[in-house]
Ligand binder design. Structure first.
Ligand code: HAM
Length: 432
């Protein structure tokens, strides 16, 4: 029979990679919490209009990449292509604006984009993201960038370039849009069909079109920085000054406009020099108009998200050492049914004390059980047979040193094992 394979652009996270995912996720959670962000989980699917309104009708994401379908009730549903829209919806729907400002949330979520799959560009991928509502101050922008910066440091990721830009506010952008429109109109015959339709509605979107022809035209387009109003310019100056004051290096890159419509003022990306085409590991910025556009009060806000798969690609390319997986502490081999029952009972007692222990679940011979214990890297072994059952005594063997220690099988087994184990002090959660 034909084996059904995973869908193009999706990846299985296999047990052999679980340690890496858990390690990076735990650093993300702890860094987020240190900076005052609390977790939010929003559904994987939402009303399609949520993304059309927030991400924007003329973006690549909405025009080309959304997983949209009609559900059995005839509603148009979309799998989330990013995390910000759902977080903003939840912020409004549950009145999080009543909490002390700024409201700071973080999430780890799968996202879905129907893109041409390649290394680092998937149709299902995972984002770690943070969103912060309520602050218009440059300290919030610089603080958020500093947060991402220190997260990468804690993850031992090197060789990232931080690129920042300001894309202004709707008022300075009006003039800029005119200038862009004039420029792209002159080069109309080189634009793709989607970009032709963007010319009148949102010429800034042409700047991040993925078609190579459009990208070539976009190279010589006017830059937003020349069009910033006084307020936006001084906001950007202050963000840069704050970054300078804590020694965070950055490049001002006026070509960064981001692919989503909701951004205002500061935008930034962390770009890796160790990835191929898909080199942006993290992106974000301010979106001061979005909450109001979604039906809330005028609320400045900002955030960023990083792609976990891309992050792991960079970490693997840089050979970052991940924490070793904890091996099995004790494997209890057994000969015969009565001994297997005893092994089963002892294993349960150890597991109650949070000690990783295992016994035969495959009806293997003693020889095969010991081989298995070696394969799973058991630190200690104990063999139970009729003699051990009769005497109530066994021998714990240290698999690394060969050292043997007697153990009483009936009296305080867990405490004796903890004392024997050279790692006894690592049993953080043991409750004896
Ligand atoms: P974004 O730049 O579209 O921003 O995505 C953020 C990150 O998600 C990217 O830098 C990349 O690492 C990862 N990513 C995006 N698409 C893919 C893909 N097809 N395959 C693998 N990884 C991908 C946002 O989504 C905004 N919501 C970020 C934000 C939060 N802005 C403010 N708050």
């Amino acid at each position: 029979m034909e084996l059904i394979k995973a869908q193009r652009g999706t990846q299985d996270m296999l047990p052999s990679q679980a340690g890496k995912w858990q390690a990076v996720e735990s650093v993300m959670r702890s860094e987020a919490e240190i900076s005052g962000f609390r977790e939010i989980r929003t559904p994987v699917f939402e009303d399609t209009r949520l993304f059309q309104r927030s991400v924007g009708e003329t973006t690549d994401v909405v025009q080309k990449e959304m997983y949209t379908f009609e559900d059995k009730g005839g509603r148009s549903i979309t799998l989330k292509p990013e995390g910000t829209a759902g977080a903003v919806r939840a912020y409004l729907e549950h009145g999080l604006f009543n909490e002390p400002m700024p409201v700071k949330v973080y999430y780890i979520t799968p996202c879905y984009r129907y893109e041409r799959a390649q290394a680092g560009r998937l149709r299902e991928f995972h984002q770690f993201g943070v969103e912060m509502f309520g602050s218009a101050l440059p300290v919030a922008d610089a603080g958020l960038i500093a947060f991402a910066h220190s997260l990468f440091e804690r993850l031992c990721v090197k060789n990232l370039t931080l690129k920042i830009n300001s894309i202004g506010c709707p008022s300075c952008r009006k003039q800029y849009a005119e200038a862009l429109k004039a420029y792209f109109t002159q080069n109309k015959d080189r634009l793709c069909e989607t970009c032709l339709s963007r010319l009148d509605r949102n010429p800034m979107r042409i700047l991040d079109c993925k078609s190579p022809e459009c990208a070539e035209v976009a190279k010589d387009a006017p830059h937003i920085l020349g069009y910033l109003c006084d307020d936006c310019r001084s906001h950007f100056e202050e963000v840069k000054d704050l970054l300078d004051s804590i020694g965070i290096e950055y490049e001002v890159d006026p070509t960064i406009v981001r692919g989503l419509d909701y951004y205002t003022r500061t935008v930034f990306e962390f770009v890796s020099n160790d990835l191929g085409a898909q080199s942006t590991v993290c992106g974000g910025g301010r979106y001061d108009g979005l909450v109001e556009e979604m039906g809330g009060a005028k609320t400045p806000a900002l955030g960023f998200a990083l792609g976990i798969e891309r992050l792991l690609l960079v970490m693997e390319a840089q050979k970052v050492q991940f924490p070793e997986e904890e091996p099995c502490e004790l494997y209890i081999a057994s000969i015969g049914n009565a001994a297997r029952k005893k092994a089963f009972q002892l294993v349960q007692r150890l597991r109650e004390c949070a000690v990783e222990a295992a016994c035969d679940e495959m009806d293997r011979s003693l020889n095969a059980q010991m081989k298995y214990a070696g394969k799973i890297g058991a630190k200690f072994t104990l063999v139970l047979g009729d003699d051990e059952l009769a005497s109530g005594k066994g021998v714990i063997k240290n698999m690394k040193t060969g050292e043997k220690k007697d153990i009483d099988l009936n009296d305080n087994f867990e405490e004796q094992f903890a004392a024997i184990s050279s790692e006894a002090e690592d049993f953080g959660d043991l409750k004896f």
